[in-house]
Design a protein around this ligand. Structure first.
Ligand SMILES: CC(C)(COP(=O)(O)OP(=O)(O)OC[C@H]1O[C@@H](n2cnc3c(N)ncnc32)[C@H](O)[C@@H]1OP(=O)(O)O)[C@@H](O)C(=O)NCCC(=O)NCCS
Length: 159
């Protein structure tokens, strides 16, 4: 944990899965088949999981999904560091499905909005499920081999 900061981001462990599920229930997130290898988590100074996100692999792309930061600990940079941690894991195309309120958040990382007709077939069932549940959704894509997007205060910054 870096000095002056009371949380860190790390790969998830099997023992984190109940806390991950709890976070995703609170955030109405994607809880389909939770596997620790896909997740990174943010943990507080007591080791409590307070944020999570995952990359779900498909044959020729990944999906960024199940991103949630506890409502009490938002706006501290955790969401950004979780996303950056996930982007470091895969340089190919990454898709995501999200609500209107987080489109601008994901644009910060190089995701662009695309039309649903450009959606890989593997995402169609999820798209239909969440559209029924929450109304029209957004489909976004981060194309392959984009450079990492970092802010100067990120621990992994190369500056
Ligand atoms: C979206 C979410 C993960 C952001 O987490 P967070 O820890 O509060 O975000 P951060 O503090 O890392 O924010 C990083 C930057 O993004 C900005 N940001 C945060 N949420 C934003 C939003 N909804 N829209 C636009 N910008 C946003 C912050 O202002 C910050 O900007 P800065 O670098 O200029 O200071 C969190 O609000 C959340 O869990 N929401 C509910 C679940 C959800 O919607 N998940 C996405 C499902 S796909």
């Amino acid at each position: 944990m870096s000095a002056g900061r009371a949380w860190q981001v790390r790969p998830a462990r099997a023992t984190d899965l109940p806390a991950i599920e709890g976070l995703l229930i609170s955030a109405d997130g994607d809880r389909e088949v939770l596997h620790q290898d896909q997740f990174v988590v943010s943990v507080d100074i007591d080791g409590v999981v307070v944020g999570c996100g995952r990359l779900r692999p498909y044959s020729d792309f990944c999906e960024l999904a199940s991103l949630a930061v506890g409502s009490q600990v938002r706006a501290r940079g955790m969401g950004r560091e979780i996303v950056n941690g996930l982007l470091e894991r895969y340089s190919g195309p990454i898709y995501l499905i999200c609500e209107d309120g987080v489109v601008d958040f994901f644009r910060r990382f190089g995701f662009v909005s695309i039309l649903d007709r450009e959606m890989p077939e593997g995402l169609r069932a999820k798209w239909d499920y969440f559209a029924d549940l929450a109304g029209p959704m957004n489909l976004m894509l981060r194309r392959e081999n984009l450079p990492a997007v970092r802010c100067p205060d990120d621990p992994g910054s190369v500056e």
